[in-house]
Design a protein around this ligand. Structure first.
Ligand code: NAI
Length: 238
């Protein structure tokens, strides 16, 4: 892991325990499953069930949950509500986090209007843009502000997470501005590696990159099929 990559594992967990990054990354997945279970009035879950629902193995699930101090009860499993509370507490989701979106273009508007953010503990406190034609328009229930107002917004609304939704060539300056304003974590959608101080936590979302990885595996699958057809005896092909 380099200085530019995510540094979740360096962050002290709420419990004071050190939780490996790989486990931290799985906690939101468990959280989503537990929320669905609550909606279905399910009160208990075994590690095997949680493993099946999350695509993990049960031993890994038990290990992950042990970092929270949660061990379940033999033969009964875990109390869904309490486990949900523990994961939320560990992820710092027992309060709503105000976030600021930098860039009110196609993506910024889609993110701002996405109800899934507020459902999961994030409030769009502000959306900022450099384009005066966008300033004053409403995105996600808030008026788009000029980017010059960012420092004052971050301070007055206690924003600690910034979302970058600007073109790649402006992403570094947007990140610098967010950091100068006091933001400690950045979710970067722009297809560029940001040069950030090591104490800043950054997560990168790149849908095209993920698709390129899938295209690699699709190509491998197709190549393997072609090899199989070429090397099959004629009688089998017929
Ligand atoms: P867009 O051109 O529709 O919007 C960009 C907005 O950023 C514009 O409103 C522009 O005025 C504003 N802007 C430019 N410089 C700024 C600055 N320094 N401070 C504040 N605002 C500034 O672009 P779109 O389609 O919304 O894409 C935004 C970014 O998100 C691009 O980097 C794009 O590649 C990326 N993207 C990433 C995706 C992903 O899966 N990670 C998916 C879609 C887009």
């Amino acid at each position: 892991m380099n200085a530019l990559s995510n540094s979740l594992c360096n962050m002290p967990p709420a419990s004071g325990r050190q939780i490996p990054e790989a486990a931290v990354v799985r906690l939101p997945l468990y959280l989503r499953i537990l929320n669905d279970l609550i909606a279905d009035n399910c009160t208990q879950i075994s590690s095997e069930q949680l493993a099946a629902l999350s695509g993990q193995n049960a031993a890994k699930v038990r290990k992950d949950l042990s970092y929270l101090g949660s061990y379940g009860t033999r033969g009964v499993g875990y109390d869904v509500s309490y486990l949900l509370y523990q994961i939320k507490r560990e992820l710092g989701l027992n309060k709503a986090w105000p976030v600021v979106i930098v860039g009110a273009g196609n993506l910024g508007q889609a993110l701002g209007n996405y109800g899934g953010l507020s459902n999961r503990g994030f409030v769009v406190a502000a959306v900022v843009d450099t384009d005066s034609s966008k300033v004053g328009s409403v995105v996600g229930g808030v008026k788009v502000a000029h980017v010059d107002e960012l420092p004052q917004i971050v301070q007055s609304k206690s924003v600690s997470i910034g979302i970058i939704a600007v073109p790649a060539q402006h992403a570094q300056s947007a990140a610098d501005l967010l950091i100068r304003a006091g933001v400690g974590s950045i979710l970067n959608f722009a297809p560029v590696i940001l040069n950030l101080p090591p104490e800043i936590n950054v997560r990168i979302v790149d849908m095209a990159l993920e698709l390129q990885i899938l295209s690699f595996y699709e190509q491998c699958r197709i190549d393997a099929l072609e090899v199989a057809v070429v090397s099959a005896p004629e009688s089998v092909i017929a």
